[in-house]
Design a protein around this ligand. Structure first.
Ligand code: PBG
Length: 332
């Protein structure tokens, strides 16, 4: 018996000394094709509003969105995911399912421009409700909470409206019970059985969403999302959520956030290797790298590439990331 493994690491290390072999023996390689880019769109004209807590990111008016999409397409990025900021919010999130809502207009603008980038829409109510929750609030119980089933009806209306506008895929992020089944049935019933669903299947109740809530102006005005998002401590629960969404008809699964949940990404991929899996490298994960880099404490490029590579290595087939544009520049 010897401790020497059949393929000693010294041999691999020798291979890596050759610059070309180093690439050939590398297990995980990032490419522009791995990325889905989140974009924030608002009403108005010719305006870009920098998102202070997410350096380099902007809210963009709907007349500029098609050019943005084309620029990303030119980099080889296959898809974007749109988040809308409505002109007015109300208690039932009306703009979300208005055929002239912000997302519907943005999708039409991109499609009319001739861009072939895949357009994914986030299906949720939190950007559209004045209270900032992901669903309709039930006051009747004395302790206000989201009414799951009334919310489902509105999410179906929202998804159908997005599909009518030309969305290529919907990504429901509200974490309501029975959501994927309701959306699949609703889309099929309206002739959209070809529109896939990317489910935020394992979405944790995370403090890393902080900067996004500035960007989308969607911070909850009372309480938090713990009644419908998952406890960061629960990895096994994540696998159960994933199983339910798969059974209900999800086409692509997502784990969110990604970096603090690499174990969940890995576990989902091990258990369902055949199912496409996305990791969402969320706003807080992005912004903390930016902040440390601004202080000169870390090498932004190397840290960003290391993080995204780790998400892919853990098992994600695709990554939603605000860094995509910069990374494409670095990779080129
Ligand atoms: C909900 C939604 C959120 C994010 C994406 N979709 C916010 C939330 O649940 O509060 C967060 C993404 C990020 O932090 O980058 N529509």
């Amino acid at each position: 018996m010897t401790d020497t493994p059949p393929f000693p690491t010294t041999r691999l290390r020798r291979l890596r000394q050759h610059p070309k072999l180093r690439d050939l023996v590398r297990e995980t390689i990032l490419t522009p094709h791995d990325f889905i880019v989140p974009m924030f769109v608002k009403f108005g004209e010719n305006t870009r509003v920098p998102i202070v807590s997410m350096p380099g990111q902007e809210q963009v008016t709907v007349d500029l969105i098609a050019d943005e999409a084309k620029a990303l397409e030119a980099l080889g990025i296959p898809a974007i995911i749109l988040f809308g900021i409505p002109e007015e919010k109300d208690s039932v999130g009306s703009d979300a399912y208005d055929d002239d809502g912000i997302i519907q207009q943005a999708v039409r603008a991109i499609k009319d421009s001739g861009s072939e980038i895949m357009v994914i829409t986030d299906v949720c109510l939190c950007e559209y409700t004045d209270h900032g929750h992901c669903g309709i609030i039930d006051e009747s119980t004395g302790k206000p909470d989201v009414n799951n089933d009334r919310t489902l009806e509105l999410l179906v209306k929202e998804a159908v409206s997005h599909a009518n506008a030309g969305a290529d895929m919907i990504a429901p992020s509200g974490m309501m019970d029975g959501m994927i089944h309701a959306l699949r049935t609703g889309l099929d019933g309206e002739g959209f059985s070809h529109i896939p669903i990317m489910s935020y299947a394992a979405k944790f109740s995370s403090a890393f969403y902080g900067p996004f809530r500035d960007a989308a102006e969607s911070a909850p005005q009372f309480g938090d999302r713990r009644t419908y998002q998952m406890d960061p401590a629960n990895g096994r629960e994540a696998l159960r959520e994933v199983a339910v969404d798969l059974a209900e008809g999800a086409d692509i699964l997502m784990v969110k956030p990604a970096l603090s949940y690499l174990d969940v990404i890995h576990a989902v991929k091990q258990k369902y290797p055949e199912v496409p899996l996305a990791g969402y490298h969320v706003s807080g994960e992005f912004s903390m790298v930016k902040a440390a880099a601004e202080k000169g404490w870390i090498d932004e490029q190397r840290v960003t590439l290391e993080i995204l590579t780790s998400i892919k290595r853990a098992g994600a087939d695709m990554i939603l990331t605000y860094s995509a544009k910069e990374v494409c520049g670095w990779l080129a």
